[in-house]
Design a binder for this molecule. Sequence first.
Ligand code: ATP
Ligand code: MG
Length: 424
Amino acid sequence: MKNTNNKPGQLKRIPFSEHQIDESNICQQARFVVETLIEANYQAYLVGGCVRDLVLGIEPKDFDVATDAHPEQICELFDNSRLIGRRFRIVHVYFGRNNIEVSTFRAASRHNNKSSKQESTGRIVRDNTFGTIEEDALRRDFTINALYYDIEKSEVLDYCSGYDDLLNKKICMIGDVATRYREDPVRILRALRFRAKLDLDIDAGTEQPIKKLGHLLSDIPPARLFDEVIKLFHSGYAVRCFQELNRYQLLKILFPITHKALKHNESFGLLIHNALENTDTRIAGGKSVNPAFIFSILLWQPYLQLLEQTTKQGIPYAEGAWSAGRTTVLDQSTVTSIPKRFSIMICEIWKLQNRFKRKQGKKILRFLDHPRFRAAYDFMCIRAQAGEIDQADCQWWTKLQTLSTQEQHKMIALKPRKPNKKKT
Ligand code: ATP
Ligand code: MG
């Protein structure tokens, strides 16, 4: 397919007859937000990943709207809205648990003024300089993410040849590639995620600086890296994303202790692979996934190494497991933060692994009722799959959960309860 390569900033309109987007994939709430803005005499378009996905015939997972209305003006129009963000001031319009992200057209930040701020490495830490739609297109990351959809005319607006790049299955950075990665190194992870998820190629020029600049990811605040890592592993293509991280030596930046442990332990690699495959299958089947699970897998070997030390020091298991768990999680948190609700769950999953060894006694019934039993059990199954524990042991626990209470008592060798003696 030929690439028309219109000059950056030069508008190309793609009519419905050409793109043939299935408009039933556009969520009603996004439509409502766009129409409300237009009624109030603002410009408003769907933008970014949702337009990219619509063109590819994929149902978008979230919708973004771009407008010339300023954040305060957007908030005035929608009761159910909130201004968020410092780095980018955007508005979330809420519809129950769903929200539509609305951002004002922005220009590339030009100098260190009040609206935008750049560090000496080139990283942009604040960018709130408003601009025109053309400028807004040029400050986006990849050409395929810089498409706008005009709902009224059913037209795709393309300022950066993104439409042709999409048809040619190419991820191309807008502007000078190295500068754009330096402005925001997270764009590296985004390029890899889109390649893994959308089965696109990364243009040679866009790929070339990744190896050299990957280290810049260590300057990104841990909370943002946590979000980005979860996007990679919950994209439905976690196995591929993990391969991408390895390919560009990014694992040692994002998960240094995992990377170190992998060097000495091949079966750990298999455990990770199986867990990621399992996550992809769950997502494909519409099942829920939890960040704690991915982290408990990725940090499992580093945790075991610390646990072993506590055992050698004669520290009792319960205490040793908590301390090894806390230390492992804290260590990782310096790179990607791990919110407390997940870190507690991770430590619990690890600590409970010991309880699968025991197959007799009353405590087993209590274990089945433990709020974290299910997560610990799933984790144990993955370990069994990777050959860490006996498959037969895993099957024993699987079977136990399918039985009636009476049958369970038999299986765990509990004697039937004697009827209470009547007091006289
Ligand atoms: P998906 O939502 O499928 O993960 P997306 O491209 O929609 O992918 P979002 O994080 O929802 O990603 O961002 C919406 C749009 O905002 C992007 O398509 C892109 O135009 C712009 N954008 C997001 N992150 C960046 C970034 N780091 N640099 C430049 N533009 C960005
Ligand atoms: Mg999106």
